[in-house]
Ligand binder design. Structure first.
Ligand SMILES: Cc1cc2nc3c(=O)[nH]c(=O)nc-3n(C[C@H](O)[C@H](O)[C@H](O)COP(=O)(O)O)c2cc1C
Length: 316
């Protein structure tokens, strides 16, 4: 467990924090109070099977998992909520934050923040479902940093357990300054519990956020935890990083059924976010590997370098 009094939630990162990652992070490092699953969506009239598989309780044993839905059309949202209820979920997160243009330009995710009337329609449909509590994950706006002002009053419809706020507009995507002024204004305006999300890379960052915003009820960490899954485990050893990596390799080897080439590509992708301080040469060797054997050799060298870096840090 982390030493911070405030709960720490793992942010959803599509393509990264799936059930294999969650189980590896939980069993090797821990420190996370709840994991938010990457959003699920409806495609071709049905809930994506891959998304449903990812949140199956049997694939996520022993952790608190909150599934997330992304939809603009109430009918699609209801389809996902019903499927999740059938799986035994009674807490669902609503995505009003995704900035990815093909999604946001279709008035989904953060794109909905410019259309309070659509949010209202969605919330009204969701609120009518019995036996489900909702939370919302949002940005401060889509193309203007104060659009949250038109969205907040709508929260009364669904009475969220909490609202997670990433203080950027959707148009900013993941770049540019975090708009702390707007975050503070939002915090002062709402009486719903608020969770801060954005740019927390270390335990010290979490502590600073907690002292800067004493009224927040939790923090959510995304890229910091993907980069360093041991971020919340002060006693993590170099061997833990190797174990974490091996659990990912074995987990994906079991879940992906596209053969060795697909597995190698997937493992290479992991290094886009995992341990970004990895030496460029070692990283290049991982990218260039074509077989699992080559990959394993390159990954072993990179993980040994982590070992050295951690040992040096411990003796500083
Ligand atoms: C690759 C990637 C995938 C993401 N997928 C999701 C998602 O499925 N649902 C969601 O609400 N946010 C998603 N996010 C946003 C993160 O949850 C988080 O809000 C954002 O990265 C800011 O937090 P951080 O600075 O701690 O990373 C994603 C971000 C990235 C970079």
């Amino acid at each position: 467990m982390n030493d911070n009094k405030i709960p720490v939630f793992a942010a959803p990162l599509q393509g990264v924090t799936d059930n294999v990652w969650r189980m590896a992070q939980h069993s090797v490092f821990g420190g996370v109070d709840a994991y938010y699953a990457p959003f699920m969506r409806v495609e071709h009239g049905e809930v994506r099977r891959k998304d449903l598989r990812d949140v199956q309780p049997e694939r996520n044993p022993g952790i608190t998992l909150i599934p997330q839905i992304l939809a603009c059309q109430p009918a699609h949202a209801l389809m996902m909520v019903e499927a999740l209820k059938e799986m035994g979920y009674h807490r669902i997160d609503i995505n009003l934050g995704c900035p990815f243009p093909p999604i946001a330009l279709h008035r989904k995710g953060s794109g909905m923040l410019a259309h309070p009337e659509l949010v209202e329609e969605l919330f009204n449909a969701l609120a009518a479902v019995e036996g489900v509590d909702y939370s919302v994950k949002m940005r401060i706006g889509w193309d203007s940093n104060d659009q949250w002002r038109d969205i907040l009053p709508l929260m009364d419809i669904i009475r969220p357990v909490h609202i997670t706020v990433h203080p950027r507009t959707g148009k900013q995507q993941y770049k540019g300054e975090l708009d702390i002024e707007q975050f503070e204004a939002l915090l002062a305006t709402t009486s719903w519990p608020v969770i801060y999300n954005g740019g927390l890379q270390t335990v010290e960052d979490i502590e600073q956020a907690v002292s800067r915003y004493p009224s927040i009820v939790a923090v959510m960490v995304g890229s910091g935890l993907a980069a360093n899954p041991g971020m919340l485990a002060p006693d993590a050893t170099p061997d833990d990083y190797r174990r974490f990596h091996d659990l990912l390799r074995d987990g994906y080897s079991e879940q992906l059924n596209g053969g060795e080439a697909q597995l190698v590509r997937h493992l290479q992708d992991i290094w886009q976010t995992f341990l970004p301080g990895t030496d460029r040469k070692l990283f290049k060797a991982i990218r260039k590997s074509r077989t699992l054997e080559q990959y394993q050799q390159a990954a072993t060298a990179a993980l040994a370098a982590v070992q050295n870096a951690l040992c040096n840090k411990a003796t500083e």
